[in-house]
Ligand binder design. Structure first.
Ligand code: GTP
Ligand code: MG
Ligand code: ZN
Ligand code: ZN
Length: 584
């Protein structure tokens, strides 16, 4: 069936997603980051429906786009600058593959975002539309270059290229843009329009023509938005070694004067040398190209500051959408946005966070253990027992008159077990096993007719209704429950090295049952703190599920997230087909 195909596709994506997504629960700052993100997602969803109610379609699309970026942590590390300075070549060099089209004349005409996937894929997304189209990587230049798509006449909003390049596993999207200042005015406009979507900027200029007007102005506007900026001075190879220092001093002075940029953000590089060196596997040539210094600096930024900067730019984008005129409901969300914004750590708190997180991840203090989320183990055993009992019982009931009469005298099973029975037995089994039960109830009902007027209807009816007390399945399963709990407590007491004891997941009812059966506070403590961690983790999974669903990215939902709704409810009230003691 269709659904089978879907599942295996979903698993495919899940694999890829999981490689980027560590399977242990996020710790420290990353955990705060996730929490803030979930709150933001909730706010965006509300804003989006307000826009929808106000019939502002374009605005609603903008909110949906933001939700999607948040869901996928779409951090746009954007490469921009004058045409032909080597932006695309630089990206190729960093990816270590010659996939994006380059050339001597103005080349790139479409915003091209490159991200990580184990499988190569190219998707074209069209302007003002939810339509997209997958194309072969070999046809990329027909869509994103001046030659194939001059001035972006084909109206591509964004070309999305997914490739298995190592550096992309840091989770950023590397975004190539059309060059500024060429004769093709549309290209300059495309890149200028993209400016608000940038999360961090790599300005690419070159030694042979450093820092044009357009470049300085673009750089200033990015700084005005408080975006992190790296400046790469490309084509180091065309600058004779004797003139390098002089050229660099000139560029540095110009940057300090025009854009107040420190020299640590300046990287002399030869992208074409670096690409050739990577393709031929020549580490000496690679080091000489200057690229490794830039890459190290970039990766360290992506590890430490990316998430914080991503939140900042997302806040700014939401704030500017909320100020959209004519939708008063959006104004009401502004205070809440500021309240969430105040949870983002400031510079000092952030540094402390990062230090703590580093200690936690290097494992010197404690390694975060992978949290195993399962169903309540007592409920699981009860479900097994129910199944075994029902299989045996339905056979006996359809074959033995004696069993039928006994069952009839109890008016059958309780409601829950009647449904379980109906689920497991065939219609034929029910047809041969149940007539006596129905007849017996009918008979006793008729008895109520023959007696005179003064009835306590409630009491009389309750007497002939099915109940948990009379239900044979309930009796068997309750016995199983008692013995599982007792055995568990005994096993814990007999364990010498308590730290070796594997703490299981339990539903609230069984937590209570176990704590009642045990004297020791140790087991209580570890069961409770385990439950706390598990419930928090499931809540996070639910939020992620909702976020991805809202962002129309179900393919990114992991198995753990898919199971979260069922597991979450199960741990609150027990598994659906068992009923722990004391539950109705
Ligand atoms: N000498 C030298 N040439 C380079 C270097 N990097 C790129 N080039 C050349 O510069 C030209 C432009 O390169 P692209 O990567 O297409 O430049 P771009 O900035 O993406 O250009 P647009 O897409 O038009 O904005 C090509 O001919 C490249 O081979 C370099 O480090 N040294
Ligand atoms: Mg280009
Ligand atoms: Zn349970
Ligand atoms: Zn029952």
């Amino acid at each position: 069936m269709n659904s089978e195909k879907k599942t295996s596709d979903a698993e495919d994506h899940t694999e890829a997603a999981r490689e980027v997504d560590p399977s242990v629960a996020p710790q420290g700052w990353l955990r705060d980051y996730e929490t803030i993100k979930f709150e933001l997602a909730g706010l965006i969803r509300e804003a989006s429906s307000a826009a929808w109610l106000a019939k502002q379609e374009a605005l609603q699309r903008n909110f949906q786009e933001l939700l999607k970026r948040l869901a996928e942590d779409r951090f746009y590390l954007t490469f921009a600058g004058q045409f032909s300075r080597g932006k695309t070549t630089l990206m190729n060099a960093m990816l270590g593959m010659d996939r994006l089209p380059t050339g001597a004349l103005p080349v790139t005409s479409v915003i091209t975002a490159v991200s990580y996937n184990t499988r190569e894929r190219v998707i074209m997304r069209f302007e003002n539309s939810n339509l997209s189209r997958e194309v072969p990587l070999s046809e990329l230049s027909e869509w994103v270059t001046e030659r194939g798509n001059s001035g972006n006449q084909r109206k591509i909003e964004m070309a999305e290229v997914q490739i298995p390049a190592e550096i992309l596993r840091r989770g950023a999207f590397f975004v190539d843009t059309p060059g500024l200042g060429s004769a093709v005015i549309e290209n300059t406009e495309t890149t200028n329009r993209f400016l608000p979507h940038i999360d961090a900027l790599v300005l690419v200029t070159s030694f042979d023509a450093p820092l044009s007007h357009e470049e300085i102005s673009f750089l200033r506007r990015a700084q005005g938005l408080h975006r992190k900026v790296f400046v790469v001075i490309n084509k180091l190879d065309v600058c004779p070694p004797r003139q390098r220092d002089e050229a660099l001093a000139f560029i540095r002075a110009r940057l300090a004067g025009e854009a107040s940029l420190d020299e640590f953000s300046l990287f002399p590089v030869s992208a074409s040398e670096a690409l050739a060196a990577k393709l031929e596997g020549n580490p000496v040539r690679l080091e000489r190209s200057g690229l490794p210094i830039f890459e190290r600096s970039l990766v360290s930024y992506l590890i430490t500051d990316k998430f914080r900067d991503f939140l900042r730019s997302t806040f700014d984008r939401i704030a500017s959408l909320l100020s959209f005129p004519g939708v008063p409901d959006l104004r009401k969300l502004e205070d809440r946005l500021e309240e969430i914004r105040s949870k983002v750590p400031d510079e000092r708190q952030y540094e402390t966070h990062m230090r703590e997180d580093q200690i936690a991840t290097t494992g010197q203090v404690s390694t975060p253990q992978a949290l195993k989320i399962s169903r309540c183990f007592v409920c699981e055993r009860m479900a097994d027992e129910t199944f075994k009992f029902m299989s045996r019982f339905q056979y006996e009931l359809s074959h033995s008159r004696e069993k039928q009469l006994l069952h009839a005298s109890r008016s059958g099973f309780c409601a829950l077990h009647s449904r379980e029975y109906a689920r497991l037995a065939s219609p034929q089994g029910i047809a041969s096993g149940y007539p006596n039960t129905l007849l017996s109830v009918a008979e006793r009902l008729r008895g109520l007719l023959s007696t005179d007027g003064s009835h306590d209807w409630k009491r009389d009816l309750e007497r002939l209704m099915p109940s948990r007390e009379k239900c044979q399945a309930c009796t068997v399963v309750a016995e199983c429950e008692r013995s599982v709990v007792e055995r568990f407590v005994r096993e814990y007491q007999e364990t010498e090295q308590k730290s070796d004891f594997e703490v299981p997941c339990v539903c609230l009812r069984h937590l209570e049952a176990i704590l009642e059966a045990t004297a020791g506070p140790d087991l209580a403590k570890s069961l409770i703190s385990h439950s706390v961690a598990v419930l928090q983790r499931i809540a996070e999974n639910l939020e992620r599920y909702a976020l991805r669903h809202g962002g129309l990215h179900m393919e990114l939902v992991t198995k753990e997230e898919l199971e979260a709704p069922e597991k979450g409810l199960g741990l609150l009230v027990g598994q659906p087909n068992v009923r722990p003691l004391g539950y109705f």
